[in-house]
Write a protein that binds this ligand. Structure first.
Ligand SMILES: CC(C)(COP(=O)(O)OP(=O)(O)OC[C@H]1O[C@@H](n2cnc3c(N)ncnc32)[C@H](O)[C@@H]1OP(=O)(O)O)[C@@H](O)C(=O)NCCC(=O)NCCS
Length: 209
């Protein structure tokens, strides 16, 4: 595929994804207001209780760590290794263009460009769960990944103790492939993960000719 790398970076940097329920915008180092590093930290602090069980890095994060992580996601975009979107719930079903809309969560993508594949991870802020927000965000990212980034495979790895996250993968049409043993060290314990995948052909073979 000619100039795939340049196409990938350019597309990633400029993409805003939206449907009726949610808008996803790429993380920016210079963001102010509700998308600033300070506001992201506030969203995490409000949600620490339900996030730390599955995302161990949340436990000790602070503003320096958040800024470092944002920088690292921006570099990932530049080197075609991935990216991170902030998720906003659309006010009154309108696409969020309003810079006062609070961040509802985030969705991260680690890309293996050689294999045209990527792994997704995500979290939602307290008060934004139970509304289908992550399901819609993953569906948007999946469509963008296959149709625009021309990826072939998406993967979601879910701790065996995380049925809510497994339910997101299943609602989005991912297939369960098996168990990755001792996959992640979470809060001092090695935890098995369920591996889910969605392929471009899973999606396109369902579409009418
Ligand atoms: C994983 C996580 C994002 C899932 O959040 P969630 O709110 O369950 O997922 P969704 O936003 O897709 O919402 C689905 C829920 O909304 C309900 N819902 C309401 N309207 C809906 C709609 N239009 N579409 C789909 N679901 C809808 C569903 O029934 C479901 O509720 P239920 O679990 O009580 O059945 C959240 O639990 C989280 O942040 N966990 C901590 C971090 C984490 O584990 N990350 C994953 C690491 S892989």
């Amino acid at each position: 595929m000619e100039n795939f790398d340049d196409f990938f970076t350019e597309t990633f940097e400029t993409a805003t994804l939206a449907n009726n329920l949610v808008t996803l915008r790429g993380l920016r180092e210079t963001a102010t207001g509700p998308s600033s590093p300070e506001s992201i930290l506030q969203a995490i602090e409000e949600s620490r209780e339900h996030l730390t069980e599955h995302l161990p890095w949340i436990r000790d994060t602070d503003i320096f760590d958040i800024k470092k992580r944002i920088r690292s996601w921006i570099l990932n975009e530049k080197f075609r290794q991935g990216g991170c979107w902030l998720i906003y719930k659309n006010p009154d079903g309108e696409i969020s263009t309003d810079s006062t809309t609070p961040v509802a969560g985030a969705i991260m993508m680690d890309v293996n460009i050689r294999n045209h594949s990527a792994t997704l991870s995500y979290w939602l802020r307290k008060g934004y769960t139970g509304q289908g927000i992550m399901t819609e965000a993953v569906k948007l990212i999946s469509a963008f990944s296959f149709a625009t980034l021309k990826l072939n495979r998406l993967e979601i790895l879910v701790s065996v103790d995380n049925p809510k996250s497994a339910a997101v993968a299943k609602r989005c049409g991912f297939t369960e492939e098996g168990i990755n043993r001792d996959f992640e060290l979470i809060n001092g314990k090695f935890v098995d993960h369920r591996r889910f995948s969605l392929l471009a052909r899973d999606v396109y073979s369902c579409l009418p000719e």
